[in-house]
Design a protein around this ligand. Structure first.
Ligand code: GLU
Length: 462
C-alpha cells in the first residue's frame, strides 16, 4: 500500500509551496488507494505555535484535503526517539561526544584558516577513555567515512553524494536529550509506514543524512521524489509579494478551492496539454514520475483564468452559499438566479463577484460626473418619466425581457434611438456607465426599486 505524508513544521502559515507538495502526496496516495498521513513537525518549541498548526488544519479543511488517521505530533514522541537513540548507542552506531562549544569553535576556526571543510573531527568516535566531567554530551551518529550515498529520486534520477564531502558524524541528540531534525524525520517516516516521500527539493541535501539513519537502524528506505521549487516570473524564488502567502489569503481574495488545487497541480506537473483538472481527474492522472525536473513558474493570470472557469461552471446555489463568506447574503433572494447568471461570466473571483452584486443591489448614493454629463441630459428626463409611468402601470414586469419590451415601447412611441433611454437609465440605476445589462438589473431589483432609482436620479441631476 502506498503511504505518503505531509510533514509541515508549524512555524507559520501554510504557504503555496507546502500546499503543492501536500496535494501531490494526497493525490498519489488516493490514486493508489493508499493512505495520506499528516505529521506536525513541532519539535522546535521556540519557533512552533499552536496557531500555525491550526492554520494548516484550517487550510486543509477549506481545500477538502483529508488526511487519513490521527495526526502525529512529533512533540509527543520523545520516548520513541529516546528508545532509538539508546539502541544506536548500545549497538555502537552512535556515541557520546563531549566536545565543548569552545573546542568546536576552535576546530572550526582552524579548519577555516586552513581552507578545509568545516566538520566535526571524530574526536569521540572511538573514544574509550574517561569522559570529561561536568559536560552533558551530545549524541553523534557514526556516519560512513567514505563511499557514496545514493538517493534514488523519482524526479531527479539517481543523485550520488560522496560521504566524505557531505557527512560528518552529525548530532542526533543534543546535550539536553532533544533529538535533531533529520533523525526524527527518518524515525517517523519509517514508523508511520511511509514508503513514498514527496517533498520540496530544498530537502534533497537532508536526504543522505536520513539515509544514514535508515541504514543504521536497518529500516527500509522509502522512495523519494524531490519536487523543484516554484519561481516567480523573473525566475526567482517565490516571495510573499508573488503569492507565497498564507493559503487562506487565497480564500479571502475570492479563489475557489478547486481553482487553487487545479492551479497547483499544474505547477510542476503536466498531462499532455490539459489545463483543467477536477479532483477526480487529478486523482486518476497524477503521477510523481511526471513531475518536471526544472522549477515551475507562478502565474497569476493562469490562476485567475482557472478561477473564472470554476466560478462560471458553479451552480447558482453553490455560488450563493459561497458568497455569504464575502458579506453577501443572497441565499433566499428571489432573483438570485438572474443576478448570478448575469455576473458569473464576468467575475475573476468571488470577491469581485460579491462587489458586482452589491453594486446592483444597492441604491446609488452618488452619480459618476462624466457619466451624467455624457448620458443624463435634460432630454433624458421626459424619457425616463415616460418609462417610469409605464412601469408604474405595468403588472407583469418580472423578467429582463419584460423590462426590455417596456423600454422598446418607449423607444417606438417617442421615436428615439435605444441609447436615449438605455444610457440615462443605466446612470439612474447604477450611478455609472458600466455594469451588466440594465434589463437584468431592473429584473433583479424589481419594479418599486427601479422607479425609486429613476426618481432619485432625476432629483439629483436636474
Ligand atoms: N518539516 C519540513 C518542512 O516543513 C518537511 C520535512 C519533510 O518533508 O521531510 O519543511
Amino acid at each position: 500500500m502506498v503511504v505518503t505524508r505531509f510533514a509541515p513544521s508549524p512555524t507559520g502559515y501554510l504557504h503555496i509551496g507546502g500546499l503543492r507538495t501536500a496535494l501531490f502526496s494526497y493525490l498519489w496516495a488516493k490514486q493508489n488507494n493508499g493512505r495520506f498521513v499528516l505529521r506536525i513537525e513541532d519539535t522546535d518549541k521556540k519557533r512552533n505555535s499552536q496557531e500555525a498548526t491550526d492554520a494548516i488544519l484550517k487550510a486543509f479543511q477549506w481545500l477538502g484535503l483529508k488526511h487519513d488517521g490521527e495526526i502525529t505530533y512529533q512533540s509527543q514522541r520523545d520516548e520513541i526517539y529516546a528508545k532509538y537513540i539508546k539502541q544506536l548507542l548500545e549497538q555502537d552506531k552512535a556515541y557520546k561526544c563531549y566536545m565543548t562549544k569552545e573546542e568546536l569553535t576552535e576546530l572550526r576556526e582552524t579548519q577555516m584558516a586552513n581552507k578545509e571543510r568545516t566538520m566535526y573531527n571524530g574526536k569521540y568516535r572511538d573514544f574509550d577513555g574517561v569522559a570529561p566531567e561536568g559536560i552533558e554530551p551530545v549524541i553523534r551518529i557514526k556516519a560512513p567515512l567514505s563511499g557514496e550515498i545514493l538517493v534514488r529520486d523519482g524526479v531527479k534520477g539517481d543523485v550520488s553524494f560522496q560521504a566524505q564531502d557531505i557527512l560528518d558524524d552529525f548530532v542526533i541528540a543534543r546535550s539536553d536529550g532533544a533529538p535533531t531534525y533529520n533523525f526524527v524525520v527518518a524515525i517517523d517516516d519509517y514508523l508511520m509506514g511511509i514508503n513514498e516521500v514527496i517533498r520540496g527539493d530544498d530537502h534533497l541535501s537532508n536526504t543522505p543524512k536520513q539515509i544514514v539513519i535508515y541504514e543504521a537502524l536497518g529500516f527500509e528506505i522509502p522512495k523519494f521524489y524531490h519536487v523543484p521549487m516554484i519561481h516567480n516570473s523573473k525566475g526567482k524564488k517565490l516571495s510573499k509579494r508573488d503569492g507565497a502567502t498564507d493559503v487562506m489569503a487565497y480564500k479571502e481574495m475570492g479563489y475557489k478551492p478547486e481553482a487553487l488545487l487545479n492551479f497547483l497541480v499544474r505547477l510542476g506537473w503536466s498531462h499532455g496539454d490539459q489545463e483543467i483538472f477536477n479532483m477526480a481527474e487529478m486523482q486518476e492522472l497524477f503521477n510523481p514520475k511526471d513531475i518536471n525536473k526544472s522549477a515551475s513558474i507562478y502565474n497569476t493570470e493562469k490562476l485567475d483564468w482557472l478561477n473564472a472557469h470554476y466560478i462560471k461552471n458553479s451552480s447558482n446555489n453553490e455560488l450563493a452559499e459561497l458568497l455569504t463568506d464575502y458579506d453577501l447574503v443572497l441565499t433566499s433572494h428571489d432573483k438570485k438566479e438572474i443576478l448570478l447568471d448575469a455576473i458569473k461570466d464576468r467575475a475573476k473571483n468571488l470577491q469581485e463577484m460579491a462587489d458586482m452584486a452589491k453594486e446592483i443591489l444597492s441604491t446609488p448614493t452618488s452619480y459618476d460626473k462624466k457619466a451624467v454629463k455624457k448620458a443624463f441630459k435634460d432630454e433624458s428626463i421626459p424619457i425616463l418619466n415616460t418609462f417610469g409611468a409605464k412601469l408604474s402601470n405595468s403588472e407583469s414586469c418580472h423578467l429582463p425581457t419584460d423590462y426590455h419590451s417596456l423600454m422598446q415601447e418607449v423607444v417606438d412611441e417617442m421615436k428615439i434611438g435605444f441609447g436615449k433611454i438605455g444610457m440615462p437609465l443605466r446612470v439612474a440605476l447604477l450611478g455609472k456607465m458600466t455594469g451588466p445589462g440594465i434589463d437584468v438589473v431592473m429584473a433583479v431589483i424589481g419594479k418599486d426599486e427601479t422607479m425609486q432609482r429613476i426618481a432619485n436620479a432625476i432629483a439629483a441631476n436636474s
